[in-house]
Design a protein around this ligand. Structure first.
Ligand SMILES: Nc1ncnc2c1ncn2[C@@H]1O[C@H](COP(=O)(O)OP(=O)(O)OP(=O)(O)O)[C@@H](O)[C@H]1O
Ligand SMILES: [Mg+2]
Length: 313
């Protein structure tokens, strides 16, 4: 049996665009930090969202820096160009290092080998997850939670070390790629989480993602989070009684709205059953849709963290 999800070194969160990957990654990281694990939330896509709620709480901005968010919780937004320079800086010395630095570096690299951006990003994730860091004096963490790019790109990033290992048969890049690949394929150290909505297409895509992941890295999904579920408020009998209720005007509108919401919740429950049947061993966890006037903030991340921690126990 692999260790519980949050006891591993790396948790990679992916799923379709907009389903709640960033929210779930933040909540998982918070849950681990609350359990006393030194955790870093790592954003790898060029979006810029996860620590906004934390920033509103007074945490300074970021960049290629590890910024504290809460007790035992840090965040970093990986910039592939900066990560590449840092990595090459370790590999090259003297004039070669000077020649191969600057802003066009990533351009040369990507031209030489498409997928280089993904490789260097996931290599940086690997580096953060190591006890021994590229730069001496860097902090070490118990857990890295990756807020990954959406499904297709998320998979491409996981596939990059293998693709590169095949291109570069020997040498530093090959060794680096092999180490990253070994971490990604090690179920003792790495866990995979897909976030989805309980709807027709998202459930299908999540099941496909699980299969593709197994193909690509040799491990399946550990956890599927069905996010933002509508509440189930009525039994079938109650819904029927409401439908038959002789109401007019504003009351009729309210009843219609409640029934529509109820129908939606039922539909979601049906897709959820389908998800559970097809999940191939993944633990399916549900999170409710939280009602807020604004974007979710710290309080909501905290609530979701509590729910995830309980479900993962
Ligand atoms: N359980 C929830 N209840 C209510 N709102 C939620 C919930 N989960 C996520 N949201 C909201 O849905 C929106 C999308 O969530 P999030 O940014 O986490 O998705 P994402 O998958 O990271 O999106 P992207 O693909 O753009 O990175 C956000 O406004 C977020 O606050
Ligand atoms: Mg996101």
């Amino acid at each position: 049996m692999p260790p519980p999800l949050l006891d591993r070194s790396l948790v990679y969160v992916t799923g379709k665009g907009g389903v709640g990957k960033t929210t779930v990654a933040a909540a998982l990281a918070l849950a681990a930090a609350r359990a006393g694990r030194r955790t870093i939330l790592c954003e790898v896509a060029e979006q810029d969202r996860h620590s906004r709620a934390f920033e509103r709480a007074g945490v300074p901005g970021r960049g290629e820096r590890e910024v504290p968010l809460a007790e035992d919780l840090w965040a970093i937004s990986i910039d592939p160009s900066a990560a590449l320079e840092e990595w090459l800086g370790r590999q090259l010395t003297g004039p070669a290092a000077r020649l191969l630095s600057g802003s066009s570096l990533m351009g040369h690299f990507v031209a030489a080998a498409p997928g280089a951006r993904e490789l260097i990003t996931i290599a940086k994730v690997y580096e953060i997850a190591q006890l021994e860091r590229w730069a001496s004096g860097s902090r070490s963490y118990d857990l890295v939670v990756v807020d990954g790019p959406a499904s297709g790109h998320g998979l491409a990033m996981l596939a990059a070390p293998r693709t590169f290992g095949e291109i570069a048969r020997v040498g530093t890049i090959r060794r680096q790629a092999d180490k990253v690949r070994a971490l990604l394929a090690d179920g003792e150290r790495t866990g995979y989480v897909a976030v989805c909505r309980a709807e027709e297409m998202p459930v299908n895509e999540t099941l496909e993602l699980g299969a593709a992941l197994r193909e690509e890295v040799g491990l399946g999904l550990d956890v599927v989070v069905a996010n933002a579920l509508a509440p189930t408020r009525f039994s079938a009998a109650e819904a029927a009684a409401l439908r038959a209720a002789p109401v007019t005007g504003a009351a009729a509108d309210a009843v219609a709205a409640a029934l529509a919401e109820d129908a939606r919740a039922r539909m979601e429950q049906a897709h959820l059953r389908r998800l559970r049947r097809g999940a191939a061993g993944a633990h399916v966890i549900t999170l409710p849709r939280l009602e807020t006037a604004d974007e979710l903030g710290l309080a909501e991340y905290g609530e979701l963290a509590g729910r995830l921690a309980r479900a993962l126990r």
